[in-house]
Design a protein around this ligand. Structure first.
Ligand SMILES: [Zn+2]
Ligand SMILES: [Zn+2]
Length: 303
């Protein structure tokens, strides 16, 4: 646990190609409902944009991700209160994008906000800029983000923090950059459930936002996750699944990276490779709802 980082702003940094793609209609719904879906013994989720995780212990509750703006944050806090009588409430965020982090103002004032240092640095550098970008995308986003504030966390950790919620323990983990630099993973025991953010998804093409991680660092993060041997995975923009989602994510990235690097060696331009591999992978991974690999192929070329 180290102390807070000084506020830094780099408003001119361009964040190209930033998206949080999602499969079903519910998962693109930015106004969350209070009805929770049970994932494992102690883990619940509000399914939407994004899926918000709620881990309920005997003494305290942890909410993972805020929803887009304070109204959604308040919904998540109410849902958490309905699931438990706990007064003690922790909040953490999987990464700094607004639908994950910009609803913090809707939580009660006593909420203990905790996140990893790499993510906090991204919030300080790009958080306000991201809120402005998301606000510009639709009138609904603009309204939801109107009073979004990003306060300093109560606890910042470097690579790992453990919270005992009473009968259930959460490990908050930073394994390196993937979708963003600061991706946080939440391991819940004894459930053996992983709340995986964008790092492990269910049939969603991976995407590296702005100056996030690299395809190689993403694979490195997945190797560390594999060693956790989880039984359940709750991703942020796709359906929950079992532990095989981890090896499937790794296999997809490895497959795409191998093919893209082969085309790069043949001198095929990145954009052409993106189109070619989009068609190739659409046939190969036919169950996936979208196969726009152009952005990730560019990330592979840039490595
Ligand atoms: Zn997202
Ligand atoms: Zn994101």
């Amino acid at each position: 646990m180290h102390s807070r980082i000084k506020l830094l702003f780099h408003p001119l940094v361009a964040l190209a190609g930033l998206t949080c793609l999602n499969g079903s209609a519910q998962m693109s719904q930015p106004v969350l409902g209070e009805d929770a879906t049970k994932i494992s013994d102690h883990v619940w989720a509000l399914m939407g944009f994004p899926n918000v995780g709620i881990v309920v212990g005997q003494r305290a509750t942890l909410v993972v991700d805020t929803g887009l703006g304070p109204r959604n944050g308040a919904t998540a806090a109410r849902a958490a209160a309905k699931l438990s009588g706990n007064q003690k409430l922790f909040l953490t965020t999987t990464h700094f994008h607004p639908e994950h982090a910009a609803g913090e103002g809707g939580f009660p004032p006593h909420t203990i906000l905790i996140r990893d240092a790499a993510q906090q640095q991204e919030i300080e550098r790009h958080g306000a800029e991201m809120i402005a970008l998301f606000s510009s995308r639709s009138a609904q986003n603009k309204e939801l983000l109107a009073n979004a504030k990003l306060r300093s966390p109560d606890i910042v950790f470097d690579t790992e923090a453990t919270i005992d919620l009473g009968g259930v323990t959460v490990q908050l983990l930073w394994f390196g950059g993937a979708h963003t630099k600061g991706d946080e993973l939440i391991l819940v025991d004894p459930d053996e459930t992983l709340i995986s953010g964008d790092v492990v998804q269910n049939q969603v093409v991976p995407n590296i936002a702005g100056d996030g991680g690299t395809p190689a660092s993403w694979l490195g993060v997945l190797d560390k996750i594999s060693a956790l041997h989880v039984l359940h995975v709750l991703p942020d923009h796709s359906a929950p699944g079992d532990g095989t989602l981890v090896s499937k994510e790794r296999a997809f990235i490895d497959d795409l990276r191998t093919r893209a690097l082969a085309l790069k060696r043949q001198g095929v331009p990145a954009d052409d490779a993106g189109k070619q591999l989009g068609a190739e992978f659409k046939a190969k991974y036919s169950a996936w709802p979208n196969m726009n690999v152009a952005g990730f192929v560019r990330s592979i070329y840039a490595e």
